[in-house]
Design a protein around this ligand. Structure first.
Ligand code: FAD
Length: 428
């Protein structure tokens, strides 16, 4: 008789709410991770994110081995894997942490039904956010669609709660099931090492975050994003720390939760404009233009440097993400969904809620978005945020040799964007 704890996007033992509760069940706990074919089948064999997940699981396995236990790794279609697990073990209870993406919600509902048919309770806990779903709402109970009042309510609730409790389960580690399961290699899962790696996160420069975060040449952001995506750090620990260190940094962590609750409450944003008034825009969607954007050959140094950073490292600085996204939607009149999909393929920190939220912000189609008539000038952005060209030179080594002509003239593109948006909005 055993309890199973199902790891998903919470790849750590420390301050893991679902695991904390699992370890206090009456039965020894088998931790399990499932490589889900429904997700893996669409990825290239050297996808760096799969490598990062595998590395993170290896760390967890090493910690478990110190406690005489080990991680059970499975690969397959989730439903089939659970049917097999039910045959293999006498499972009394299953625990996990909640995942709010539409695919995950449907998956968990299906697995919950399977487990229920086996008389096995399935408990899921809030772990990846401080406030979830409809915990932060307006007075009328409806979700916020504007960031600042959401943030104020979030902070108020955090203070009323007296911060957020962390869940230390170390004294329960004796309750892990004694085991020595085979640890599947990356090759056994059908993948290979990527040359692109997730950087360790770095909180050492956060004291000056509010002054330095917009300058891509300064290495001053936290690099937390993939770690938050896969749960190799705890959001509770981080927020309790950020509250004492830097308000602007804390605000960014609240943006993350803002977009998560938007996706949860308005799942259509995944593919459709949040503001349907923008549905009538006549996008150009030119394939050749899109290719130049993807390959970082637009002739605008800041756009090109950003896209090259993304292609080579799986990361792009936030300021530059804003510039390249605006450029795609406004200068090239390509719909945000194309850019969103390209980022989803390349970003190590790809997070559906944040990616869609920020892309719609840049396109002007989202909640609390930049107004459509605001068109970033990539040259001015460069002067403001990379005055000495340090970032540009890093990603465009040939820059000094005379750089190519911009693929579109800024003044023309700006006027065209405003006119096209205006016409699209009027049409609807
Ligand atoms: P820091 O500046 O150190 O911020 C700390 C954390 O706050 C981040 O790790 C992230 O979790 C959160 N955060 C910061 N800015 C935002 C924001 N604007 N929206 C939501 N959360 C934020 N972030 C992702 O995690 N995944 C994505 O897929 C993603 N796509 C984006 C697409 C576009 C077009 C834009 C403009 C931004 C996108 N972002 C995305 C937000 C932001 O660019 C990254 O979170 C940030 O650059 C990650 O680097 P960092 O961890 O060093 O950030």
């Amino acid at each position: 008789e055993v309890t199973l704890f199902w790891f998903r996007r919470d790849l750590r033992l420390e301050d893991n709410v679902g695991l904390y509760h699992a370890l206090q069940s009456k039965f020894p706990v088998i931790p399990v991770f499932i490589f889900d074919d429904a997700i893996l089948d669409s990825l290239p064999k050297n996808d760096a994110r799969v490598g990062f997940i595998h590395d993170s699981l290896a760390k967890i396995n090493a910690q478990l081995q110190e406690n005489g236990s080990s991680l059970l790794i499975k690969k397959g279609k989730t439903q089939a894997v659970w049917h097999a697990l039910i045959q293999e073990f006498h499972i009394k209870e299953v625990y996990c942490n909640k995942d709010y993406e539409p695919y995950a919600i449907a998956r968990d509902l299906a697995i919950g039904t399977t487990l229920e048919a086996n008389n096995t309770p399935f408990f899921s806990h809030k772990d990846q956010v401080i406030f979830e779903e409809k915990e932060i709402t307006k007075a009328d109970g409806l979700p916020y669609t504007v960031y600042t009042p959401y943030k104020n309510k979030w902070l108020e609730k955090y203070k009323i709660n007296g911060g957020v409790t962390e869940f230390d389960a170390t004294s329960w580690y004796g309750n892990f099931y004694k085991s020595n399961f085979d640890f599947l290699t990356l090759e056994q899962i059908g993948f290979e090492e990527s040359s692109i790696k997730v950087k360790p996160h770095n909180l050492s420069k956060i004291a000056n975050y509010h002054e330095t975060r917009d300058f891509p040449a300064i290495d001053s952001t936290s690099y937390l994003s993939p770690h938050l995506r896969f749960g190799t750090v705890s959001i509770r620990k981080l927020v309790n720390w950020a509250v004492r260190k830097n308000d602007v940094f804390l605000s960014e962590l609240i943006w993350r939760e803002f977009f998560m609750q938007i996706l949860f409450n308005f799942p259509k944003v995944m593919t459709q404009n949040f503001k349907s008034a923008y549905d009538g825009i006549q996008w150009l969607n030119n394939e050749a233009d899109f290719k130049r954007w993807c390959t970082g050959t637009t002739g605008y140094p800041m756009v090109d440097a950003g896209m090259r950073q993304l292609n080579q490292t799986g990361y792009m600085h936030n300021r530059v993400r804003m510039v390249v996204a605006s450029f795609l939607c406004k200068h090239l009149l390509i719909e945000w969904q194309w850019g969103e999909a390209y980022f989803a393929e390349k970003l190590l920190d790809y997070e559906l809620s944040a990616n869609v939220g920020n892309w719609q912000w840049a396109a002007g189609t989202g909640c609390d978005a930049a107004p459509y008539f605001r068109v970033f000038n990539p040259e001015i952005q460069l002067k403001k945020f990379d005055e000495k060209g340090i970032y540009i030179h890093k990603w465009i080594p040939e820059f000094n040799l005379g750089y190519g002509k911009p693929m579109v003239d800024h003044a023309m593109a700006r006027d065209r964007a405003i006119a096209t948006y205006k016409a699209g909005i009027l049409k609807n």
